[in-house]
Write a protein that binds this ligand. Structure first.
Ligand code: ADP
Ligand code: MG
Length: 233
């Protein structure tokens, strides 16, 4: 399988905090990669650095074979890397239709199909702040899917969703990978969701990668158990 994302020796700092340190990760075309780790271990920082929201202190990021380490988030988006924003990208005063049109003008593709697939077609004229929470999360995902990205980064997409909504989301992501060949990299703290959906899992702890591999192997890795159980382990 082709490698579409190569991250080498990435370091990210917030003031004196080393949010990421010496992180190297590779993603293959068409895989679903789960990112897990305790709170504050650097998962969101990883997504921010890959998507161009936060520039690294050092290290290198190659996307689809080209170096993007210093490129803006919009430039990466135009190259086919998209991410969800946990509602921050939603303008409360615009309707679903208006937001999707804005995104489509910038990044291209037919939003109709996406809205249909995400069950938002009936809400086209609703303002974002009139939508229920689960619908807002789906709108955020719909906006990320405009332009048919090749790599989709999702930071806790199932946070706050009901069990049924989480399972529906997992099904939708699997269909996306199967039908559109999209590569998905997601942070999720529901272990059943992450181990159920991922082809492989990367485990972060205090800004470093401590384990990586197939879900089954990662789940039984002693270092992973220690990171989660702390001193009790
Ligand atoms: P996770 O998503 O795994 O919970 P984060 O990537 O959010 O972890 O955080 C990693 C580390 O970086 C933590 O120590 C956190 O406090 C710090 N951090 C994250 N974002 C910021 C920020 N905007 N300013 C300062 N410190 C931050
Ligand atoms: Mg986070």
């Amino acid at each position: 399988m082709n490698t579409i994302l190569e991250v080498d020796d990435l370091a990210v700092r917030y003031g004196g905090v080393r949010a990421l340190d010496g992180v190297s990760v590779r993603l293959s075309d068409g895989e679903i990669r789960g990112l897990i780790g305790p709170n504050g271990s650097g998962k969101s920082t990883f997504i921010d650095a890959i998507s161009g929201r936060k520039l690294p202190a050092s290290g290198r990021i190659r996307l689809f074979g080209q170096e993007v380490t210093r490129l803006s988030a919009v430039d990466r988006r135009l190259r086919g890397l998209s991410r969800s924003f946990q509602r921050t990208s939603i303008f409360p005063e615009l309707t679903v239709r208006e937001q999707m049109s804005l995104a489509a003008r910038r990044f291209g593709s037919d939003p109709g199909e996406i809205l249909e697939a995400l069950g938002l077609a009936a809400h086209l004229e609703s303002l974002a702040n009139q939508l229920g929470y689960g619908e807002q999360r789906r709108l955020d995902l719909a906006l990320a899917l405009v332009g048919s990205p090749k790599l989709l980064l999702l930071d806790e997409p199932a946070a706050g969703l009901s069990r049924a909504e989480s399972l529906a989301l997992a099904d939708m992501l699997r269909a996306l990978v199967r039908d559109a060949g999209t590569t998905v990299c997601l942070v999720e703290h529901d272990m059943d969701v992450i181990f159920g959906i991922s082809d492989s899992v990367t485990v972060f702890d205090t800004g470093r990668v401590i384990a990586e591999g197939e879900p089954k192997a990662v789940r039984s890795d002693p270092a992973v158990r220690r990171a989660y159980l702390g001193s009790e382990g």
